[in-house]
Design a binder for this molecule. Structure first.
Ligand code: SF4
Ligand code: SF4
Length: 243
């Protein structure tokens, strides 16, 4: 497969809305507040996720499935959910003292892509901006600051007028996502087939992602965003999780 046929595959198989979501995830910085690892939701896992977790804990997939997962209440095919524990319904893999994931580099794929590459809450929205995610609050602040920056506006104009650069960026975003999902062999093959790879300087990709995000997403609604994390919230209020 060469670059042209990969681009054809990409435009046929991958929804256009995924690319601004990936760009947002590249720009997102997790503040490790732990809010997405406790509360009413749960992390959905499939067989590959359970095998990865089992490897990280040096137990068998059968043991991991039995000890750490429950049936998925929504019955997604081939999926289970991670067990929750305690009164705050923390994920069983969360260290409740530090608020950190105990298997972070082996966490399920749904946790790797949270919060920007997740199912939008309201129809018509491309990205869900979770009010209890501290990283999202910082992301919104960053976007509000940058969206009128003249240098960023110049970047948007330059990117919007350069179809080849846009195509290359979409390939890079897909490579980045593959790496994030642990699909390193797939990422390597795409690099080899298309001749496109991620830039050495992460800031270069971030600059393009910011321009691409602002070029493809209407951000006016972000002015209504309000952070409602633990410090600002009644402790009885329910929190959101990954599902
Ligand atoms: S697996 Fe880790 S990142 Fe995912 S919900 Fe559990 S503690 Fe959080
Ligand atoms: S809620 Fe947001 S900032 Fe907090 S741990 Fe989850 S992704 Fe990170």
């Amino acid at each position: 497969m060469d670059k042209e046929s990969f681009l054809q595959w990409l435009s046929g198989e991958i929804p256009e809305t995924l690319f601004p979501q990936i760009a947002a995830q590249v720009l997102f910085h997790c503040e490790n507040c732990g809010e997405c690892c406790r509360g009413e939701g749960y992390a959905l896992v499939d067989v590959a996720d359970i095998e990865e977790i089992a490897g990280a804990l040096a137990i068998s997939p059968t043991q991991a499935r039995a000890r750490l997962t429950d049936p998925d209440p929504e019955k997604n095919p081939g999926c289970r959910i991670l067990k929750s524990t305690g009164p705050d319904r923390s994920c069983c893999l969360l260290d409740r003292n530090t608020g950190r994931c105990t298997i972070y580099s082996h966490r399920p794929r749904i946790c790797r892509t949270f919060p920007m590459i997740s199912e939008p809450v309201k129809t018509g929205e491309i990205i869900s901006f979770y009010s209890d995610c501290r990283g999202t609050a910082k992301f919104v602040e960053m976007i509000q600051e940058k969206r009128s920056d003249p240098r960023v506006l110049e970047e948007i104009e330059s990117l919007a007028g350069d179809e080849e650069r846009l195509q290359d960026l979409r390939i890079m975003l897909f490579i980045w996502l593959s790496g994030m999902m642990g699909e390193t062999e797939q990422a390597r093959q795409i690099c080899g087939a298309t001749g496109i790879s991620l830039p050495q300087d992460a800031r270069s990709l971030q600059k393009d992602c910011l321009a691409y995000f602002l070029m493809t997403i209407t951000t006016d609604g972000l002015d209504e965003y309000e952070y409602d994390g633990p410090a600002n919230r009644n402790s009885n209020e329910k929190t959101k999780r990954k599902n």
